[in-house]
Design a protein around this ligand. Sequence first.
Ligand code: TNX
Length: 535
Amino acid sequence: MRRRSVVSALLLSLGAGAAVPAAAADPATAPASAPAPAAAGPRPLGQVVPVPASVKAAGGPFTLAEDAAIHVPAGSPTATAVGRYLADILRPSTGYDLPLTTSTRRQGIVLALDGGADTGSEGYRLQSTPQAVVISAASTAGLFHGVQTLRQLLPAAVERDFLQLGPWTIAGGTITDRPRYAYRGAMLDVARHFHSVAQVERYIDQLALYKINRLHLHLTDDQGWRIAVSSRPRLTTLGGTTEVGGGQGGYYTKAEYQQLVQYAASRYMLVVPEIDMPGHTNAALASYAELNCDGVVRAPYTGTAVGFSSLCVAKAPTGAFVDDVIREVAAMTPGPYLHIGGDEARATSRVDYIAFMDRAQQVVARYGKTVIGWHQIAAAHLAPGVIAQYWGTKGDEEPVAAAARSGTRLIMSPANHAYLDMKYDEATPIGKTWAGYTEVRQSYDWDPASVVRGAPAASVMGVEAPLWSETVSESSDIEYLAFPRLPAIAEVGWSPAASHGWTSFQQRLAAQGPRWTALGIGYYPSPQVPWQFAY
Ligand code: TNX
């Protein structure tokens, strides 16, 4: 029996409810505005991030009963897995048993694979009535995203991993929701500082709450090579042992990488591996002498400068190396995308850069994958289907616009809005400043369709929030920089353009604070947001 006495639940609940985020307790960083009081009764149906496409309040609320079940469709192991995922979140805090059942009674929590045509391949409908909260979708991805909405409609205390006092009530009505963009990504740089499988999985769980569906891993850079390549063992036994600041680094074995890919898949997230070439390659150049034009092995690098390294484009061993690496990484990648970097290749001549990127595209295609490259790849001859990731700040890069007009698709990561490693302001203890201070409103107020002048809106396939890790080593660093900005970019990627509005977002974001506290996320308490602390 999971239930405990009402008295102990009350005590636990009061203790937890009194908590405030560690960072917010510091008067120097506390928000200027007074914390808003916790609202009485269930939160309004649309008070979630990202804001749903359509919300219609109606009827009485739903309250989760102690003896409720989670109904899943018969014959769908993946939908059952979504039900289990939901039960794992709800059981510790509610203390309820919440058994999974395939009974077709529409009572309690119901997951149904019968979404109408209007929810698309990732959308869902959520109907809340006094009898049941029903999430229906055409796909299990849609059910999973609907579950994230359900979580956010419940009191924040539901995220705690020990018993809390209910009631667990959701306002009545219907949400019909589907994403604006199919590609909604986050990038983690595991090269500058290595991040363990457990750290990446923790971040995946946090990203899932905001309906992010792509995890781009920046696996290689000057300071470290993080993915095992059997045909090139020294990349990891040597190239994997360094990181910024002189720490011990690390790398993923193939089995560990598979574990990450599978964990992400269980959260409906596709891993996009990046092998950054021909620059950002000192870790490879330090592992294999033959990749250097002078044949002399490079010293390992633990600083933070960029733009000094290059594979020797003209040499035959470089071609063989690229083939080996792309072949093995493609084989470890169930998703369609393979990112080949291509940024800041300042130590590669323009002629060599174009020759290299032209060839690398062919290699990726030979192993059955679709190329993504940083937007400098537009200088090369882009093959049909290639995707460019825009990370500029001005939007005036004509080669990128021209490529988009010729059919290249774009992922939007404008550094002055979407870079999670920028400092919030001059007091931010970690992060960089080259794209400017980036407060949460700046992360929110942009439209992916109009970032690059002259690029057709239809060329934009989505957004991505990169987190470079020169100054980031612990999960607490990741979380301080990602929250609250990651949810802002997630909403830009998911919600209809017409729903965009800072005032509404600010209020909905404020209500996320107690949820992050319950999840152990030490967020940046931006003074732009009237944070709620009680839940
Ligand atoms: C630029 S964005 C880089 C990275 C750095 C980052 C720091 C891009 C494609 N390259 O190498 O880590 O700035 O903000």
